[in-house]
Design a protein around this ligand. Sequence first.
Ligand code: DX5
Ligand code: ZN
Length: 224
Amino acid sequence: MVQILPSILSADFARLGEDIATVERGGAQMLHVDIMDGHFVPNLTMGPPVVQSIRKVTKLVLDVHLMLTDPDTYAPIFIEAGADQVSVHYEAARHLDRTIHLIQGLGAKAGVVLNPATPVSVLEDILPVVDFVLIMSVNPGFGGQKFIPNSLNKIRRLAELRRERGLNFAIEIDGGVNHGNLREIVQAGCNWMVAGSHVFGSADPAATVKEMQQIAELATTAVV
Ligand code: DX5
Ligand code: ZN
């Protein structure tokens, strides 16, 4: 099943509950939540109390993307706050296998994230353990950046590895996703597509989510 995940980074933080209700109305099932610490990435966003508040107003799957230097300390705190799934950067996790098991042991799905400069090959040994892999298609830190085309090759490679090795992790993409590149992303083998500025920057975010979801579903029927 393919999913469009609105990223609340581009929502209006003063009206967060309403913006979440809007994308829910558009049919979103999962919500992408960006956590930045000002160290791993040059930006700051929100902490556990905000995730806790979001948890109270929605039943959507909360997909928490940790862009911070110390995932082992913070992953449990965000799960406690209500995250259903947590992804940690390969570039930040010193003992990735331990971190993945820590997250899963607390009852959440665990994902590993690759920056644009990190090759898929580094995941060879961890793939059987993870629930999902998130490919960054921009350098993390900000919404509204341009999609890096090589990300498509990384998705294709991952999908190929998944097939060859009989694994069933989900593949997620984050950054610069829009109407124009969505079909190709899905056809490359991606399951979860994060979209921030393209959704919340549009005139009608609910309609945008709905349209993107339809495009993504149609694109799966064209996959051979
Ligand atoms: C960037 C974040 C993304 C961001 C994507 O570091 O991880 O989730 O919200 O925003 P768009 O869709 O605008 O590129
Ligand atoms: Zn993100």
